[in-house]
Design a protein around this ligand. Structure first.
Ligand SMILES: [Zn+2]
Ligand SMILES: [Zn+2]
Length: 140
């Protein structure tokens, strides 16, 4: 399935690219450190520079979508259309919110006189798990 997807985007299907897509899919949202860790755990060691390159390629053809968080790193997910996210400020959990982004985004884009190339909506807060089990804040 990923092989065809890659081909349709003009990218050669390589084992590393397919692995990256599989891991992103399994994780839902993943940052590069976790991805590198997953590769190590699976017995394949891929240099970070290579991962950055692959993630960049997959993002530029629109197979992967990047979620850039104000604090912290970029997370990657399989592109599936714009959707809002919830970010837990305690544990960093990122969750998809299953609602359409259309109305507010259309209004905002109408009000925007600049050319836009991406839209993101992230709700920040404390997830249910963290509000039940508060942990000590991490030191920066
Ligand atoms: Zn949390
Ligand atoms: Zn998402």
């Amino acid at each position: 399935m990923y092989q065809e997807l890659l081909k349709s985007k003009g990218l050669k299907s390589t084992p590393q690219r397919v692995m990256v897509l599989t891991m992103v899919e399994n994780a839902g949202h993943i940052d590069i450190d976790q991805l590198s860790e997953d590769f190590k755990n699976s017995g394949m060691s891929v240099p970070l520079a290579t991962l950055y390159r692959i993630l960049g390629e997959l993002s530029s053809v629109g197979v992967l979508h990047t979620v850039t968080l104000s604090k912290g790193k970029t997370r990657y997910e399989i592109a599936k259309g714009d959707h809002p996210h919830f970010l837990c400020e305690e544990c960093g959990q990122l969750e998809d919110l299953k609602v359409a982004m259309n109305d507010i985004v259309a209004i905002a884009q109408n009000a925007c006189t600049h050319s836009t190339n991406s839209v993101s909506v992230t709700l920040h807060g404390i997830c249910q798990n963290c509000s039940v089990n508060p942990k000590k804040p991490l030191k920066d």
